[in-house]
Design a protein around this ligand. Structure first.
Ligand code: AMP
Ligand code: MG
Length: 361
């Protein structure tokens, strides 16, 4: 419907002679896409801004219908329902499963898509929140083990032969909620590239892609939410200034329920089956756009949240000596820790926030 409106409007402008073809310097399109349980906002600039914005929407919808855990017809649902049998998978799912295996291994199992049975036990899949018993978690925890997931790649590069297949361990299921939006952001880079988009901003809900710079030549400004005030979108711990980068935030404030005065959030520590209790309230990972770094930022922000401050900073230092990505950590005890060895971004603290600001090296 929205697409129809846009085309009608453009046709009217041409027919009426009121407007010249899109001025490549000023043309822009902004669309909202409700997908992956999120209100996404995509703004593209340049001559092909309209085509690119709707191609981005199409790509997101295609990914959603393949990767959703709640749509019974999705590829992921078919894989989860296969009871340990091999299932044919698309190139997208094959890539995400391979990336997920790599990130699980790199993060010592903090990131693990097979956490799904435990996440479901807390009710985070169907929004029917509950505290599972320890007996139930003890029964489910052996299923949280990504080493039991196998992927058999297709040997046929033409695409006409047998497809790749994947197989889970018996009783296992996967949840791609911690990587799917980052992977989608990587795919938007391809769409923008193919449409020669000079600049764009895509906010996929906690996953921001800043493509190029702003029309005025300044960096894009991305606020980091104050986890202590999740309902006040103006409450920020600070603002990042970025160009050609992903900025991805994981936080305990993004999805949670409260029972008997205690908060239970959606990021599950695979070691315990419980919401991670690491002393962090949010983790933002920033990296330059490039092959697969959107998925990487998404997976790492989830994993580093589980690791906690000390292990997260050790991990940061261990990856290309701190230059693979940069970090902003918000701690439960009221500190904001910025780790950015190569001046990937400028960070403007919100001095009124009450947080103490530190730099890690
Ligand atoms: P994010 O907002 O990217 O940190 O992803 C959180 C979502 O990922 C949750 O809502 C779950 O669907 C899923 N998830 C929770 N814990 C983990 C984990 N340890 N590893 C991978 N995915 C997880
Ligand atoms: Mg994530």
């Amino acid at each position: 419907m929205r697409r129809f409106t846009a085309y009608v409007l453009l046709t009217f402008l041409f027919l009426s002679g009121c407007s010249a073809p899109a001025d490549p310097d000023t043309a822009q399109e902004s669309i909202q896409v409700i997908a992956m349980d999120t209100a996404m906002l995509i703004t593209t600039y340049g001559e092909h801004s309209v085509t690119a914005a709707y191609a981005a929407e199409d790509r997101i919808r295609e990914l959603e219908s393949a990767l959703s855990r709640t749509d019974p017809d999705s590829e992921v649902s078919r894989l989860n329902a296969a009871g340990g049998e091999a299932v044919e998978i698309s190139g997208d799912l094959q890539t995400i499963l391979s990336q997920s295996a790599q990130y699980s291994q790199e993060t010592g199992g903090a990131f693990d898509i097979t956490v799904a049975p435990a996440a479901t036990a807390w009710g985070f899949t169907a929004d029917r929140f509950q505290i599972p018993s320890q007996t139930e978690l003890d029964r489910l925890l052996p299923l949280v083990d990504s080493s039991q997931v196998s992927i058999i790649p297709s040997l046929d590069s033409s695409g006409d032969g047998p497809k790749a297949t994947a197989r889970l361990g018996p009783g296992q299921s996967v949840d791609l909620g911690a990587i799917a939006k980052g992977y989608a952001a990587d795919q938007l880079c391809k769409v923008f590239d193919a449409n020669e988009i000079p600049r764009a901003l895509a906010d996929l809900g906690g996953n921001v892609l800043a493509w190029g710079d702003r029309p005025d030549g300044a960096p894009w400004r991305v606020g980091i939410q104050d986890p202590a005030h999740p309902d006040d979108k103006n409450a920020l711990v600070g603002v990042l200034e970025i160009v050609d980068s992903f900025a991805v935030t994981s936080g305990s404030y993004q999805r949670y329920f409260e029972q008997d005065g205690k908060r239970y959030h959606h990021i599950i520590d695979p070691a315990t089956g419980y919401p991670a209790d690491s002393g962090l309230t949010s983790v933002t990972v920033v990296a330059g756009t490039g092959s697969g770094s959107g998925a990487m930022c998404d997976a790492y922000s989830t994993a580093l949240f589980i690791m906690g401050e000390e292990k997260a900073l050790d991990f940061w230092r261990s990856q290309l000596n701190g230059s693979l990505f940069s970090l902003v950590l918000v701690t439960e005890d009221g500190r904001v820790v910025v780790a950015d060895k190569i001046n990937r971004f400028a960070f403007a603290p919100n001095e009124d926030s009450g947080y103490a600001y530190e730099t890690a090296s």
